[in-house]
Design a protein around this ligand. Structure first.
Ligand SMILES: *Cc1c(COP(=O)(O)O)cnc(C)c1O
Length: 245
């Protein structure tokens, strides 16, 4: 059996166990294949096993691989830092952008969607760990951003996304996920038109159990399925952060 198939079974079992532990129905938690640096043949092995949801961080990779995995008709999310000049390309491939984290991006996205007469689902990415190396709106500014983005009728806010603190201190990691869930509850209380937050995209290879306990509906897993990557995550997470518009 291929390593990817074995790893997938392990991950599915971890998700199941975490759901049992948290008294949740495993159907409430979807696995998103985090496929950065993974070539389309290896993604195909996972799709053959019935996986249907994938996420890419870079527009270049998105473009190359989406064509190659077309036959499995996956649901594709964009989960990386999105520069405004790449919006047009992302809209060709992704049905959801999980990484909306600033108003100028949403503005440009809306303009393009109007032009294309399209609409899109987005999640708001929140920097719950307050680490400089991570993108995402600061938690205390999240509600304000959500209210502003909600005014764009072409954009539907369907969830929140975060990357938890990379730490072996599980209590510190848990705080990030609790915070995301709290923000979700706060948003629901506000009853903002055009906002319907059902999804919490949180938890990765190392911390998916904690995320599921705290209410994750999507866990994004890369390394534990496809193996270690050659590029450090900083290449995907904070590249050119200082040039961020
Ligand atoms: C790479 C990545 C993941 C997956 O991380 P792993 O630790 O490899 O499971 C999840 N979310 C985002 C946004 C990523 O960039």
């Amino acid at each position: 059996m291929s390593t990817i198939v074995k790893n997938l079974q392990t991950i599915q079992q971890r998700i199941k166990n975490a759901c049992t532990h948290a008294n949740r129905n495993p159907k409430e938690v979807r696995l998103l294949l985090a496929t950065k640096t993974v070539d389309s043949d290896r993604i195909g092995i996972a799709m053959e096993q019935g996986e249907t949801l994938m996420g890419e961080n870079k527009v270049q990779e998105l473009k190359q691989k989406c064509n190659a995995v077309k036959q499995w008709n996956p649901e594709v999310h964009f989960i990386g830092h999105l520069q405004t000049n790449k919006i047009k390309e992302v809209l060709k491939w992704a049905s959801c952008i999980e990484s909306v984290d600033r108003l100028p991006l949403a503005e440009k996205l809306h303009q393009r969607l109007i032009f294309e007469e399209k609409e899109i689902d987005v999640y708001i990415q929140i920097n719950t760990s307050y680490e400089d190396s991570k993108f995402g709106i600061a938690p205390e500014n999240a509600i304000e951003l959500i209210k502003e983005v909600a005014k764009f009728k072409s954009i539907h806010i369907k969830g929140l996304m975060t990357i938890g603190l990379l730490s072996s201190e599980s209590d510190e990691v848990r705080k990030c996920f609790k915070l995301l869930k709290q923000i979700k509850e706060d948003v629901i209380q506000l009853n903002i038109p055009n906002v319907e937050i059902n999804e919490l995209s949180m938890g990765m290879s190392g911390d998916l159990e904690i995320a599921i306990e705290e209410g994750a509906t999507i866990v994004r897993v890369g390394t534990a399925i496809f193996g270690e990557r050659i590029y450090p995550d900083s290449y995907y997470w904070n590249e050119q952060k200082s040039l961020n518009e």
